[in-house]
Design a protein around this ligand. Structure first.
Ligand code: SF4
Length: 248
């Protein structure tokens, strides 16, 4: 059990002032196994895992396996485990919910309309992510402010309500630019998801994430068939908050 008081009004300000390295080290020092890095093995997750390997004696990493990830992402998970000698915890969709969804609407329901895509994301991503969050009190995520206008206000530290329980959510790289992320990866010789060499900017499931063409905004490759829509519509629901700050 952590002794960190989430109601302490000075806490978030103190965490906001920390560097990414300090923040990741602080998280595992104070929360131990009740802290975990949640990642889909994108660039920021790759960096945060490396920082944790240098700042923490041991650290947890989890991912949501939607069962529709790219081969390159599965390869990246395996390489991460090998490099750091860790086991990336996998959280899968609930089997019965998945069977119900696919038998009612088919495997490719996400093409139909936004509501069906969100339903698919709820079953394959959001619900398994909630199950992961039940195992922790400190969720370390890779959100950055320059990923989209919707993410422009991301804080390095915030208290979020998950299923009626307050937990600490940290975004250690919130103030890093994409160039800084790449510099860290190159300087430290990190192995990253090969899709980033094929013009992907944001990686989720096969079909739903596609490479960018020159000049496109980050995340434009998500659910491309819906055309241009506001940034919030380019979120899968894991990181969207309702008015109470609750992670849906
Ligand atoms: Fe379903 Fe696509 Fe969302 Fe993956 S990204 S969970 S396939 S809608």
């Amino acid at each position: 059990m952590s002794s960190v008081d989430l109601t302490d009004k000075s806490l978030l300000g103190r965490l906001e002032a920390m560097s990414a390295e300090e923040l990741v080290g602080w998280a595992f020092e104070n929360f131990g196994e009740r802290a975990a890095i949640g990642t889909s093995l994108q660039l920021t997750g790759t960096v945060i895992i490396d920082i944790a390997s240098k700042r923490a004696e041991s650290f947890r990493v989890f991912t949501v396996d939607t069962l529709r990830l790219h081969d390159e992402t599965y390869e990246s998970i395996a390489k991460t485990e090998e490099r750091y000698g860790i086991e990336v915890e996998r959280f899968y969709p609930n089997e019965q919910r998945l069977i119900d969804m696919v038998s009612r609407f088919g495997e490719y329901l996400f093409f139909t309309d936004k509501a069906k895509q969100e339903y698919c994301c709820e079953v394959r991503k959001v619900e398994p992510n909630k199950r992961a969050l039940r195992t922790l009190d400190c969720w370390i995520s890779g959100l950055r402010r320059d990923q989209s206008a919707h993410r422009g206000g991301v804080a390095k530290a915030e208290v979020v309500d998950v299923e009626g329980r307050s937990i600490l959510k940290l975004n250690p790289l919130a103030d890093w630019s994409l160039d800084e992320v790449w510099r860290y990866i190159k300087d430290n010789g990190l192995v990253y998801n090969k899709l980033f060499d094929k013009n992907y900017d944001s990686i989720g499931c096969v079909i739903c994430s596609t490479p960018l063409v020159e000049g496109e905004a980050p995340r434009a490759g998500r659910w491309r068939w819906f055309g241009k829509c506001d940034d919030e519509k380019k979120e899968c629901g894991i990181h969207i908050k309702n008015e109470k700050g609750e992670a849906k």
